[in-house]
Design a protein around this ligand. Structure first.
Ligand code: ATP
Ligand code: MG
Length: 304
């Protein structure tokens, strides 16, 4: 498939799940088992037919990344948020499989350290925002501050904030800070895409059981994961609120159905292609002086 056609297709697929304006967002209409246009026939056939698309996605992404890096103007920030076992790690591994490691950094944000807790809540993330030319991946992010910290208020108490600054509107204020920060980044040339991998509670249970039963997957499981699951509904409310408050055209959320891994990967890779296609990526253009210099170097090499 020619690249233009591929990019068009990626854009259409991504747009099915892209939330560019949180106000109209309706979480109730998002189905974790959705597989978009691939619903005809049996699931195995659909999965098979997307293999070529996934491979094309990896190739196109790698070409785009090459230009992003060479041009050194834009950067791309990809944020991944999800409940446990939704497939964040697998998606990152797959989508980035064709990417040049020199131009990409992955950062995972777990429970904060004492040093991190002694700073403003964005500090540990903002210092790792991608440089120009780079793709930065946040595996969890400052959004945990309106998710896990909202579900478990004791984490907020651990943040050493002056008590008079912790009022009823703390979550609204955090949303506002996130929106402002993302607008600031966008104005500085960072393309932002935020992914919520939306897995169902049933599918999470199935994947947990698999992690428990399969010795090669035991390491992925921790008993705490089951305790977090008990707060499922609270988490979903927080996600809903977060997406409505922070989805903007320059920093949209992509609510990715995550019960079928092949579809999750296709949507994420399509959304990244769409994001990079939204700006004018090109190799640095040589001016007359630079071209003259190239010609001179060429002549010297040939004269050796
Ligand atoms: P993951 O769960 O992302 O696949 P993991 O299992 O290797 O990774 P964990 O040790 O579970 O890593 O760390 C992630 C945990 O850290 C999540 O439960 C997350 O909610 C928690 N976390 C992240 N940021 C914060 C924060 N700011 N405050 C409290 N907990 C946080
Ligand atoms: Mg975990």
């Amino acid at each position: 498939m020619p690249d233009d056609q591929f990019i068009d297709r990626a854009r259409r697929l991504a747009s099915r799940h892209l939330v560019a304006d949180g106000e109209g967002f309706d979480f109730g209409r998002c189905d974790p088992a959705d597989s978009g246009p691939f619903t005809d026939g049996d699931r195995a056939a659909a999965k098979e037919s997307t293999k070529a698309l996934l491979a094309d996605g990896v190739r196109v992404l790698s070409e785009m990344q090459d230009k992003l890096y060479a041009q050194n103007r834009w950067s791309l920030l990809l944020v991944f948020q999800a409940m446990d076992a939704a497939g964040k790690d697998g998606v990152i591994k797959h989508v980035m499989s064709g990417i040049n490691p020199q131009g990409c950094e992955v950062h995972s944000f777990k429970a904060p350290s004492a040093e991190e807790l002694d700073h403003d809540f964005m500090w540990r993330c903002t210092r790792l925002a991608p440089r120009r030319g780079m793709i930065g991946i946040f595996n969890r992010s400052y959004y945990e501050e309106v998710l896990v910290v909202r579900v478990h208020r004791e984490y907020l108490r651990g943040q050493q904030l002056p008590p008079e600054l912790v009022g009823k509107s703390i979550w609204k204020e955090r949303f506002q800070d996130m929106r402002k920060y993302e607008r600031y980044l966008a104005r500085n040339g960072t393309i932002i895409r935020k992914f919520f991998l939306h897995v169902s509670k049933d599918e999470q249970k199935r994947r947990f059981l698999e992690r428990i039963d399969d010795p090669s997957k035991n390491w992925k499981f921790s008993a705490g994961d089951v305790s977090e699951r008990a707060h499922w509904d609270e988490y979903m409310e927080c996600y809903d609120d977060m997406i409505r408050a922070t989805a903007r055209p320059h920093a949209p959320w992509i609510v990715v159905p995550a019960d079928n891994k092949w579809y999750t990967r296709l949507v994420v890779s399509s959304a990244i292609v769409e994001a990079l296609a939204s700006v004018d990526l090109h190799y640095p253009r040589m001016d007359d002086a630079a071209r003259a210099q190239l010609a001179e170097s060429r002549a010297r090499l040939l004269a050796e």
